[in-house]
Design a protein around this ligand. Structure first.
Ligand code: TYD
Ligand code: MG
Length: 466
């Protein structure tokens, strides 16, 4: 190889450097850098040949553009996340931890599409055809005319798919197992993943087939190899679930053809994944409303309101540095809410361990959860049981002010639908009439005072009973 032609690519993070190093300076990984030959693969030698540019017309922003046609899978929770169905010629990266249920979801989607008469191909690089068949049989999908293969060579796959009618949907399970002749590298390396993805993306664009690339992510949420293809694909969808819970959440992270932050909720059952059309009811099922430390948060996921219970446990610590642990919420936001409660609510939490958990395995990322978290914390600290028919939402500022959040009418409407009687929330936008009696707190100190009064009432009632 001629000197200076190769570049060195970190196989862990995809960083490019001009010389070989033992340790990647970008991600700190050792022994992860390998050489990639310039000129191999797409955009290589052929593209580098100087060529006189062709002149093309430039167009304005307004003009006639049809919205893209869609192939709906009929699985509503999946269609919502893709923005109304798969767009022909688009490529979706579906990421998720191994064993979360990606292959199960996709074989189910394939079967429903195939039954509608679409040509659907499922290429597995991980499992033998017999294994895929066995799963389909167990799910009662064996009669669907899905075309299966166990293959890993991208060139062979593309050649095969080009035979006959163009497929409507192609599943590649998974991108880490694919390899292309175009680059010299072992399968699973960043170079191969990128090369294989490029070839498959080109296939999708030229044939108008929708392609789904499955990518495994590691425990810490990194799509290790597939991270590098995120920018090349049209949509990135992640499939998540907490260990020990049966719920699975499909979340759109990037979508060139639809909204992001939309979620689809599924439940893993013995018969595969079943749709959960009313997630709030599911997340609130089995809640114990007689214990302190629990507040119901009226949240929004994408366009859909979702009610979940935020649980807190505040207990005196035996350690020098009190413990703070969070499940399903941002630890930095918990620290902030604790700081605000101490500075503006008069609480002392420095000698207490604090645990906060979002029930049901949902991950909440909205700042609107601040008020519910604060209510749960104060409730646990004071022992006051919060009323079980009340929902909480609102963003808490560092000054202690409770700030308005988006979609408050929608949140309250969902709460009313599920039988709640009251909302504690920031002031609604002008002109909005909430569906429930709403109490507004301007400042976090009002919330603290109210819950403390509730605690005193609780104690008085308990004293009378005795
Ligand atoms: P799978 O789809 O193979 O996961 P991935 O492709 O993301 O690695 O799902 C594997 C898990 O799902 C496995 O632990 C068993 C469970 N499962 C069920 O509980 N019910 C079912 O009907 C199926 C097919 C799988
Ligand atoms: Mg799989």
């Amino acid at each position: 190889m001629a000197k200076g032609r190769g570049t060195f690519v970190c196989q862990a993070c995809g960083a490019v450097s001009q010389r070989w190093q033992g340790k990647c300076e970008a991600c700190g990984e050792w022994n992860s850098i390998s050489e990639e030959v310039a000129g191999s693969g797409i955009g290589g030698q052929a593209a580098q040949k100087a060529r006189k540019g062709r002149v093309f017309p430039l167009e304005g922003l307004s003009g006639q553009t049809k919205s893209p046609p869609r192939i709906t899978s009929g699985i509503e929770e999946l269609d919502r996340v893709t923005g109304g169905g798969f767009v022909p010629g688009s490529v979706i990266l579906l990421g998720g931890e191994p064993g979360i249920g990606k292959s199960t979801l996709l074989i189910q989607a394939c079967a429903t599409l195939a039954r509608q008469g679409h040509r659907v191909c499922y290429i597995s690089g991980e499992e033998a055809v017999a294994q895929v068949r066995l799963r389909a049989e167990r799910l009662g999908l064996a009669d669907a005319p899905v075309e299966l293969a166990a293959e890993t060579s991208v060139e062979d796959i593309v050649a095969t798919l080009q035979q006959g009618r163009a497929p409507a949907l192609v599943i590649i399970d998974s991108i880490q197992t694919m390899w292309t002749d175009q680059v010299e590298s072992t399968p699973g390396t960043v170079t191969q993943v990128r090369g294989a993805a490029q070839a498959l993306i080109r296939y999708a664009k030229t044939t108008n087939a929708a392609v789904i690339l499955v990518g495994h992510v590691t425990k810490d949420g990194q799509i290790a190899g597939p991270r590098v293809v995120e920018h090349m694909v049209d949509a990135v969808v992640s499939f998540e679930g907490e260990g020990g819970h049966h719920f699975r959440i499909l979340r759109s992270v990037k979508n060139r053809f639809g909204p992001t932050d939309e979620i689809g909720v599924f439940e893993m059952t013995g018969q595969g994944l079943s749709e959960v059309t009313n997630p709030s009811a599911l997340f609130l099922a089995g809640r114990d409303s007689s214990a302190p430390g629990a507040a119901v948060f009226a949240g929004i996921e994408g366009t859909r309101p979702v009610l979940v219970e935020v649980q807190a446990l505040v207990a005196p610590t035996s350690l020098g540095t009190p413990r703070r642990a969070v499940v399903g919420w941002d630890p930095a936001r918990l620290s902030m809410v604790i700081a605000v409660l101490e500075a503006h609510g008069g609480l002392r939490l420095g000698q207490h361990d604090v645990y906060l958990s979002v029930a049901g395995g949902l991950r909440v990322s909205e700042p609107a959860a601040d008020l519910a978290a604060a209510a749960a914390l104060v409730s646990s600290l004071t022992g006051a049981v919060l009323p079980s028919d009340t929902v909480y939402f609102g963003e808490v500022a560092l000054s202690g002010a409770v700030r308005p959040v988006v979609h408050s009418a929608l949140r309250i409407k969902e709460a009313a639908k599920l039988g709640f009687a009251k909302a504690i929330a920031p002031p609604a936008q002008q002109g909005e009439v909430p569906a429930l009696p709403t109490q507004t707190h301007q400042h976090i100190s009002a919330l603290v005072a109210e819950i403390a009064a509730l605690g005193a009432q609780n104690r008085k009632a308990a004293g009378r009973d005795r």
